[in-house]
Unconditional design. Structure first.
Length: 365
């Protein structure tokens, strides 16, 4: 046994109890928050204790099961014995973040699923940091995986819906809410996304070696436009408010052409890139549509119910721009991970990402 293995944490240590204990506290806190909202029908003492026991028991069971599932997933990226021992010991502690649901006792109430979503993202971030910290050699495997690229497209979908909802509100304020303005806004977005998809498909065929670079470029351009988008749209609205609808439509279409084209181009670019590794168009398109739609669905709620309420339209587009820039930075790391795995080959092309021989057979079947 080496010195590293002797000093590494043992997988069977007491730390595995942290997840069930966090589940106990989280389940009880959620029940307390729910019962506290019953102002006109407060629970009796018997009902209160019964609900607390039920919430704590369910929470402990779910967290214990989730601990096993998440740890088995993380072990796909951590292979060294000492690194796995570290992962087994410290992973249960990441479940303690869900105890922040107890802030409801202070009167803090966030709308809808905002608190669970925020805690889930924090939990995922902590586990990602734990994997990268436990075994540095896992970074190329993790950042060069299809799941990582799908995560980037999830964030990209969130940013796109923030822009769409916010720009619609700004255009409605400039031109009014009627059938003509609604049709104009929807047409601009759908036309830009459609033409962008055609453009992205053409670029993916012409530059197959530079697909991640093209994706990075699209995200950065959209993010930079998003930062200055509201003054541009409002300025255009002030200038065009007295012009005819066709002229207004032409000007607004030209203004939003760049970001919508870039948004539309990202899907065919990523489809072409993942197809190089999956060799299965249906699975590739299904994966990207799934994660992008999931991000858009989450963003459509968060934009109107959270971002607009907490910070207004400008804060919403700045958050979306930050997402785009973050996706661009993570795409750059993805390119470097592919380069390191391919022994210095072009980042646009690399070895198969994370599919084993059996998975390749299933994908091509």
């Amino acid at each position: 046994m080496t010195a590293t293995e002797r000093n590494s944490p043992r997988p069977g240590s007491w730390s595995w109890l942290l997840a069930p204990l966090a589940g106990l506290g989280t389940g009880a806190s959620i029940q307390l928050n729910r019962l506290a909202e019953r102002i006109f029908n407060p629970p009796s003492h018997q009902e209160l204790w019964l609900q607390l026991a039920l919430g704590a028991g369910v929470g402990a069971g779910l967290f214990a099961l989730g601990q096993r599932l998440v740890r088995s997933l993380l072990e796909r990226f951590v292979t060294e014995p000492s690194a796995r021992a570290t992962l087994h010991t410290w992973h249960p502690a990441t479940w303690l973040v869900f105890l922040l649901t107890a802030v409801g006792a202070t009167g803090l109430r966030l709308p809808g699923p905002v608190m669970p979503l925020a805690l889930t993202l924090l939990f995922l971030g902590l586990n990602l940091a734990l994997v990268l910290r436990s075994e540095p050699t896992a970074r190329p495997r993790l950042m060069g995986s299809t799941g990582w690229l799908g995560f980037l497209f999830f964030l990209s979908g969130m940013a796109a819906l923030v822009y769409q909802v916010t720009w619609q509100r700004v255009l409605f304020a400039s031109f009014g809410v009627n059938i003509e303005s609604v049709t104009l806004v929807v047409t601009i977005f759908m036309f830009g996304l459609g033409v962008g998809s055609v453009l992205g498909g053409s670029l993916s065929k012409r530059y197959p070696q530079a697909l991640p670079r093209l994706f990075l470029l699209c995200e950065v351009v959209v993010g930079c436009f998003g930062i200055i988008s509201l003054p541009l749209i409002r300025g255009a609205g002030a200038v065009m408010v007295h012009n005819s609808l066709p002229v207004t439509a032409l000007v607004i279409s030209g203004l939003l052409a760049v970001p919508t084209l870039m948004m539309g181009a990202t899907l065919p670019i990523l489809v072409a890139h993942l197809h190089q590794h999956f060799q299965h168009v249906g699975r590739t398109v299904g994966l990207l549509y799934f994660v992008n739609t999931l991000g858009s669905a989450a963003s459509s709620y968060l934009t109107a119910s959270v971002l607009f309420v907490l910070g207004g339209q400008q804060s919403a587009v700045l958050c979306a721009a930050a997402l785009n820039i973050t996706v661009g930075a993570l795409a750059w790391r993805y390119m470097r991970a592919l380069s390191s795995r391919g022994g210095g080959s072009s980042p646009g092309m690399g070895p198969p990402l994370e599919l084993s021989a059996s998975e390749n057979q299933r994908a091509s079947a």
